[in-house]
Design a protein around this ligand. Structure first.
Ligand code: CUA
Length: 229
């Protein structure tokens, strides 16, 4: 979870988020190199008194400063495309979770198992336990197995919402009438917090998401305790 001093990205809890962080750092490095070069050139212009009154065009230098940026952009474009297709890959999921956005709460369905469905509301500040996190704790957490491929299906019942977990690198819009799909793989146990990130109305800020990542046998225990049969 992000706290007050965390200005960068959160530590990743999934391989895809790790790749997203690597790409962010890579793009930032290229950005710094461009800024240093352009900044240096602009600064040095102030001290340049060599003038050429008859200079109107220079084919050579124009060729260079057109092609060179295009080549530099390719170094961002290809890793970006690689990531895009990596994020879209569904790798034989072992669990499917369906998440439905409402104004203003999420409801979840474990479609693989009979009758596991519940609503997940934010806990209001005045009802919070002493160790609870304000505005991000929920009454019913999602429980998911770690080290497993998980498919998430996202939709909405009223307006557009967005199911977003920064530590897992997941951000999928829930759109009424559509069913969006993506997948993720949690590689450590713990609680992972997220929030709706599509402006969906007055209480948009108050429909958080909490995932409890547990070992597979604990997950199976949780499922068998919750199946109504
Ligand atoms: Cu739901 Cu913003």
């Amino acid at each position: 979870m992000s706290t007050w001093a965390n200005l960068g990205l959160q530590d990743s809890a999934s391989p895809l988020m790790e790749q997203l962080i690597f790409f962010h750092d890579h793009a930032l490095l290229i950005l710094v190199m461009i800024n240093v070069l352009v900044g240096y050139l602009m600064f040095m212009l102030f001290f340049n008194y060599n003038l050429n009154r008859f200079l109107l065009h220079g084919q050579h230098v124009e060729m260079i400063w057109t092609i060179l940026p295009a080549i530099i952009l390719l170094f961002i474009a290809f890793p970006s495309l690689r990531l895009l297709y990596l994020l879209d890959e569904i790798n034989e999921p072992s669990v499917t979770l369906k998440s439905i956005g409402h104004q203003w709460y999420w409801s979840y369905e474990y479609s693989d198992f009979n009758d596991i469905e519940f609503d997940s509301y934010m806990i209001p500040t005045n009802e919070l336990e002493n160790d609870g996190f304000r505005l991000v704790n929920v009454d019913n957490r999602i429980v998911l197995p770690l080290n497993s491929q998980i498919r998430i299906l996202v939709t909405a019942a009223d307006v557009i919402h967005s199911w977003t977990i920064p530590a897992l690198g997941v951000k999928v819009d829930g759109t009424p009438g559509r069913l969006n799909q993506t997948n993720f793989f949690i590689n450590r146990p713990g609680l992972f917090y997220g929030q709706c990130s599509e402006i969906c109305g007055a209480n948009h800020s108050f429909m958080p998401i909490v995932i409890e990542s547990v070992p597979v046998n604990n997950f199976i225990k949780w499922i068998s305790n919750n199946v109504n049969s």
